[in-house]
Each structure stands twice: as structure tokens, then as C-alpha cells.
Design a protein around this ligand. Structure first.
Ligand code: SF4
Length: 199
């Protein structure tokens, strides 16, 4: 069978790129985007970023849905005065409103377009790294009814569904602060993360 990257008599993408990548929640690389009071690092999630750098894995940085749909203060400058899961539950409700939901669809479409291209050219999309407890990007846990509960964030679920609709079934892991996050991402890179996490 002809290579997906054999086009018009030339091979494409034979330079130094690894052709391996993950889709990562925006705030793992840019903590400035996270909701007020919840940043754990000055700039990036250091353990996860270091691992991906060492492994030569490219990072497709997902958009921050809360920043794009609600703004940096999530529409309430008093957000940080509430317990995190209470504020996250409020954010979840805001993200379900029609205007935010429409923006969310547009964000998912932007990611799909990129993932489709990588897939079409035979690159390995190793999976998605989300952020547990997040109302938008949680993988194994999210926030609902003022508590951290099992389940996925709104954006993550929509993205996984949209990818699956195109035949792209990606494993996903959710991380939090700390070095154990890198262990979870390492499992993802080794292909040891099940397609259906136990949510
Ligand atoms: S978890 Fe998702 S929504 Fe929350 S700050 Fe990170 S990228 Fe934005």
C-alpha cells in the first residue's frame, strides 16, 4: 500500500519531527489561563511538560474553553472566594448556556480540523491529557453539585465524541498538580491507557 506521505513522487515529513503528538489541555502549558485561585505553577505544569519534552512528543495545545467562552474571570470576579468545586459547578452551568455552548462547538471544530490533518498524514496522536476536577476538561473526574464527582468535563466529552464520530478513538487521562501526573502521561505515551476510562 502506498504511504500516506508519498505524494507526487516525494515523501513528506521526513525531517526531524517525531510525528507523535498528544492533545493537551491549554492550562497545562499556560497556567495564566486557569480560573482565579487555582494555578499550581507559575507558567506550565512542569512535570508533564518535562516528560513530553524528553520523549520528543509534540503538543497540540487545546483552547481553554472557559477563557474563550466566559473570559479570564469566568464572568465573576468573586469566583476565587468560593470553594473550588462550588465555583466549578457555577462555571459548568454557565458553559451550558446556549451562547457558550455555540462557542464550544466552534472550538471543538478547530481541534478536529487539526487532528484530521495529522491523522490523514499518518501521524500518531497518542491521546488527550485533560485536567481532573475541571468542569470543562476533566477526564475521570469533574465538578458537579458543589463536589468533585466521577465524570467528564463538558469540552472533553464533546471533543472525544466528535473525534470518535470521525473514527478517531483516542485514550485520555486526567491529571492534577504534582509528579504523579507525569506517571499518568507516561502510561498514555506507552499505550497503556484504556480507551474507556472508568468514569
Ligand atoms: S482545565 Fe480546561 S477550562 Fe480549565 S483552565 Fe485548563 S484548559 Fe481552561
Amino acid at each position: 500500500m502506498a504511504s500516506q506521505n508519498w505524494k507526487g513522487g516525494i515523501f513528506l515529513f521526513t525531517d526531524k519531527r517525531s510525528r507523535r503528538l498528544v492533545l493537551a489541555a491549554h492550562c497545562l502549558l499556560n497556567q495564566n489561563a486557569i480560573s482565579d485561585g487555582t494555578a499550581d505553577y507559575p507558567g506550565t505544569h512542569e512535570e508533564v511538560a518535562r516528560l513530553l519534552l524528553e520523549e520528543g512528543v509534540g503538543i497540540l495545545q487545546l483552547p481553554c474553553p472557559e477563557l474563550c467562552c466566559l473570559g479570564l474571570d469566568r464572568g465573576d470576579p468573586l469566583g476565587a472566594s468560593r470553594p473550588v468545586t462550588v465555583e466549578n459547578t457555577r462555571i459548568r452551568r454557565e458553559m451550558e448556556r446556549p451562547e457558550a455552548a455555540a462557542r464550544l462547538d466552534a472550538l471543538v471544530e478547530q481541534v478536529l480540523l487539526q487532528a484530521r490533518e495529522y491523522h490523514r498524514h499518518g501521524f500518531s496522536i497518542l491521546g488527550i491529557v485533560g485536567v481532573n476536577r475541571s468542569p470543562c476538561c476533566g477526564v475521570e473526574t469533574t465538578s458537579e453539585n458543589g463536589r468533585e464527582t466521577a465524570g467528564r468535563g463538558i469540552f472533553l466529552q464533546r471533543l472525544l465524541d466528535a473525534l470518535a464520530a470521525e473514527g478517531l478513538y483516542l485514550p485520555a487521562v486526567g491529571v492534577k498538580f504534582g509528579p504523579q501526573a507525569a506517571e499518568r502521561v507516561a502510561e498514555l505515551l506507552r499505550g497503556r491507557t484504556p480507551l474507556e476510562p472508568d468514569v
